[in-house]
Structure formats: C-alpha cells, structure tokens
Design a protein around this ligand. Structure first.
Ligand SMILES: [Zn+2]
Length: 393
C-alpha cells in the first residue's frame, strides 16, 4: 500500500476546512482504509477531531475531520502604512483576540522593531501556547528570504531580515509574506473559496496587488513575487509610475489614482458636489466621499469611478484569459466602499474583452472579510509549519 505523508492528508483540512475520510482519500489518492489509520493517529496526537457529518445522500453517514482548534495558537501581525493589526487565533482560524496600534513609520527602523517586539512579548505572556508568528507586510515582500524588498516608509527596513530577527528572539516558527497573498489564505479558510482550486484575490486600495491560486496552491512564481497586477501596463503612453514604468493599472484604478484624478479635475474648475465649501481643501477629499458623491449621481465622481472600473475590467480580462479561474474576489478600500458602482462597469468591460468561455460561470464578487483578512491569513500561513511538525513528529 502507498505510504502517505500525514501532512498530505492534513494539509487540505488545515487550508480549506473539514473533510470526510472518503474525500481525504480521494484528494490524497490513497486507500480509504489507510486514511482511517492515519486519521486515528492524528486524533491520538490531538491534532484533529471528528465532529459532525457530511450531508447524507443515503447509506452510512460519514464523519467530518476537523483541525483541533486547541492544538496550538497562532500570532498574526499585519504591518500597514498607518496602522498595524495584531491577532491571536486558534489552529482552526478562530480569532481569540485582535487589536490595532499605530505603525508610526516616521519614527524609524529601531522604533518600529521595538514596538513590534513589545507587542509580540505582550501576546506571548497572555497566550503562552502561541507556536508561530506571521508578519504580513505592505510593499514588496520576499517570503523566501523572509524580508521586505521595497517599503520606502522606513529607511533601512528593506535590509532587515525580519524572519530571522523574530525566529532568533522567540524560537518560534516565523513567516513573512505580502499582505495580499496572506489575505487570500484567510479568504480560503473563511469558506467563500472553500473547495475552489483556481481563483484570484484582487486588492484595490492605495495600491493594487493580486494573489493567485492555481491548482489549489498559492502561486509564488520564481521568487515568490507573483501577483503584481498593479504594475501591469494598461495605457501604453500613460503617466509615469513609482515602479519606473508608465500607464500602470495602479496609476488608473487605485484609491490614490481615483482621489488624484478627482482633485485634478476640481482644481481645473470641473463642477461637482465635491467642490469644498468655504476654506475646505481639495487635499481632504477621500475615496469614501467620492463614492458617496457618485452614488448621489454626481457626474464627475460617477465618471472617474467608472473609468477606474473600466481599466480594472480590462486588466482582469487578460488575467482571466491567462489563468481561467473559477472565481475573482475583490478586496480593499475601493471595492469594499464602491461595491456595485465598481462591479457594474468592471464586469461589462471584463465580459467585452475576455474569452466568452472563460467568463461563462466565472464568479466575481467583493470580499466579506476585507482588510482584516491579512493578519488572520498570515497567522494561518505561519501555523502551516507547526501543523507539518506536529503531523510528522
Ligand atoms: Zn507601476
């Protein structure tokens, strides 16, 4: 009989939720009798539990195998430009505690490292069963090297070996990952994407980034950098971008681009509900106000949001043609705030440009978890190594 690595059985339960023994056998391509033996061992180790049943279609009901939530606790930290989110979750992904603190990048590298250490130490004191730490980070992250390659907010940050620093300090498993690639792991666990194998999470906030799942695995590419959708060219001779290219999607459809476009048009005298009253400054106009104005049929706001959606739809048509996903989930401030106002024109242009066969049955929706998915996703990623060790130990 084919001997199976227990993690090959445990992996799908950990990443996407409870499964029956029969389904585990099917996914790992091993005999159900062998699965029963391995599941027994894992129940004895306290790594999984049996609870509830698969909906019956007649015959014997089969039990569902879950991750044992009490087998370990995980710490997830999402380091954002303005705020940092920190949470403790059990091994099944249930959030036990969640807090926020200001990131204050202007205070420099040593100050930020000091704050992160203090927050980690406080959680370890309260939750002594934390077995892994995950750091989700904005900017450009190299998950293999465990460090940030580009984050201009703090000088010298890109050279900081974050994973090594935290591993050495606490002797725990540590993962470092881009915050959008971390988000997709929580989306998958939350059930919205459970059972799907090919999908894309598209983050549209201050910047634009995507996370790609292919054949059930997060696609990292050669260096773990895959998914930089924001820096693909949409307008050949467009405006210069911080990445050195021109006409990037991020310069057209991000929250920063939408706000910038509205400000520029107001400054040149366009009529709009958004014209500040009295001494109000154009600098204070937010994406939320622009969306509210568009919902009230302000022409300028409607047009700028629709143009951003159009460029996003065109870019996604290429992605859908390339990868043929089952689902596209949109997350971040722009889709979360604009909803159907964005989805309508986006879907129109996506359908116009992509292969009809690739769009048929494709689900495009807005995430219910939003930005909060990053801290949970990175905690779950960090926990994967803990599960591997427990499975094989
Ligand atoms: Zn760019």
């Amino acid at each position: 009989m084919k001997k199976v690595d227990p993690f090959n059985l445990m992996g799908p339960i950990y990443s996407s939720g409870p499964l029956s023994r029969l389904e585990l056998a099917r996914q790992a391509r091993v005999a159900p009798s062998h699965v029963s033996i391995v599941v027994r061992e894992m129940i004895d180790k306290g790594l999984v539990i049996e609870s509830g049943f698969v909906p019956s279609t007649g015959g014997r009901r089969s039990g569902l195998i879950h991750v044992n939530p009490d087998a370990a606790q995980l710490l997830g930290i999402d380091v954002g430009r303005t705020n940092t989110s920190i949470l403790v979750a059990d091994l099944a992904g249930k959030v036990l505690a969640r807090e926020w603190f200001p990131t204050r990048p202007s205070q420099g590298r040593e100050s930020l490292l000091g704050v992160l250490h203090a927050e980690v130490q406080a959680r370890l004191a309260r939750f002594p069963r934390i077995a892994a730490i995950g750091l989700a980070h904005s900017g450009v992250v190299d998950p293999n090297a465990g460090k940030v390659l580009f984050w201009p907010m703090v000088e010298g940050w890109k050279d900081t070996p974050l994973r090594a620093v935290f591993e050495d300090a606490y002797g725990l498993e540590v993962s470092v990952e881009d915050r959008v690639r971390a988000m997709v792991l929580a989306e998958r666990r939350s059930g919205n994407l459970a059972g799907l194998h090919n999908f894309i999470l598209v983050y549209v906030g201050t910047g634009i980034m995507s996370a790609i799942f292919v054949d059930g695995h997060l696609y990292g590419g050669r260096n773990g950098l895959a998914g930089e959708l924001g820096h693909t060219t949409v307008v050949e001779d467009g405006e210069p971008c911080s990445c050195g290219n021109r006409g990037c999607l991020e310069r057209l459809s991000s929250a920063a681009a939408i706000v910038g476009r509205v400000r520029a048009e107001l400054a040149s005298g366009s009529f709009s509900l958004l014209v500040p009253e009295g001494n109000g400054s154009l600098e204070n106009i937010s994406i939320e106000e622009i969306v509210a104005a568009a919902q009230a049929h302000d022409r300028l706001a409607e047009r700028v949001v629709a143009e951003a959606a159009q460029h996003l739809g065109i870019a996604l048509a290429s992605v859908v043609n390339l990868l043929n996903p089952e689902s596209v989930i949109l997350t971040g401030k722009v889709p979360q705030c604009a909803g159907d106002l964005l989805l309508g024109p986006l879907l129109y242009h996506l359908r116009q440009r992509a292969f009809p066969k690739a769009v048929e049955g494709l689900s495009v929706s807005v995430s219910k978890l939003g930005e909060e998915a990053a801290a949970l996703g990175i905690a779950l990623k960090a926990g994967e190594q803990v599960v591997k060790t427990l499975c094989r130990g």
